[in-house]
Design a protein. Structure first.
Length: 285
């Protein structure tokens, strides 16, 4: 099942279909001249029973279709996609009767390297998607540029918000935030939340200083994503503390801690202060 973050990324392209050809140009892919970019049906099933559905399809047209772009947001490695992706392209090409390409938006460099591997079709033929890796996304620090293309500005934060150069990450986030402030309420809420969850803790803190009232997440996706991130950080700390006190931990204990809620982790942390055994710290007795 696609995650909330996955769906939020897809929404960037749904809100501005022109983002897809812009990113293909960044990847030095030939994009034909067109007068309109529109969302097309993402149902890519042929007459056979197998069902194929891409994340999004953008069609570039100029009286007639010029280029079909299948967009796949890929946050993790999934080898099943190497069988589905060629079918997406073949079925859309048959429907639009024009050239078609696949644009994979990769969540990190590991996923990008996997997605970029040519897929053996058979008979000496290969299928190669175009892959947008985080390092390929332009760094948008100029407010005017961000306001002219807010979706690309937000994508820039997603790609570079955890950069080691905190000041650069904050400049990118600030430009995207100012651009998002000018949008309609639905887009503004989504984009501001995407910006904040994509920053490192240090960059988020510096950005919040610029807005004294602070920032509260508005969307369910952001609240869930941020809470899960906090829980993971808390779990890592509890695991280190338990290991320091009681030695190597059983695998089932590590799994339990990794899946625990913040409230449960807080309870374990309090018991850990006075516990004499691992079971006592975990509340098992």
């Amino acid at each position: 099942m696609p995650s909330h973050f996955h769906e939020a990324l897809v929404q960037l392209f749904r809100n501005r279909p022109e983002l897809a050809p812009e990113l293909l140009s960044v990847l030095q892919t030939d994009v034909p001249s067109y007068s309109d970019a529109r969302i097309d049906s993402a149902e890519l099933t042929d007459i056979q029973p197998a069902e194929y559905r891409a994340d999004l399809v953008v069609a570039l047209t100029d009286a007639v279709p010029r280029l079909g772009i299948v967009i796949e947001v890929q946050l993790s490695i999934d080898d099943r996609k190497q069988f589905a992706w060629p079918a997406y392209v073949a079925n859309l090409r048959a429907r639009l009767k024009c050239p078609v390409c696949l644009l994979v938006v990769a969540g990190d460099e590991t996923v990008a390297r996997w997605a970029a591997r040519p897929v053996k079709i058979g008979g000496g033929n290969y299928f190669a998607p175009r892959v947008l890796r985080p390092a390929s996304v332009p760094e948008i620090t100029d407010v005017v540029q961000a306001q002219s293309d807010p979706e690309l500005a937000v994508l820039s934060v997603i790609a570079h918000g955890r950069d080691a150069d905190i000041h650069k990450a904050v400049r990118i986030a600030r430009a995207a935030r100012l651009a998002s402030d000018c949008l309609d309420e639905d887009r503004s809420v989504l984009y501001l939340d995407l910006i904040m969850v994509s920053l490192s803790e240090a960059a988020r803190g510096e950005l919040e200083i610029m807005k004294p009232a602070g920032y509260e997440f508005q969307s369910d996706f952001a609240r869930h994503h941020f809470a899960r991130g906090q829980a993971k950080g808390r779990a890592a700390l509890i695991l280190r503390q338990l290991s320091a006190r009681f030695g190597p931990l059983p695998q089932q204990v590590e799994a339990r801690i990794s899946e625990a809620s913040i409230a449960e982790l807080d309870e374990i942390g309090e018991r850990l202060l006075t516990a004499h055994t691992l079971d006592e710290a975990l509340g098992s007795q």
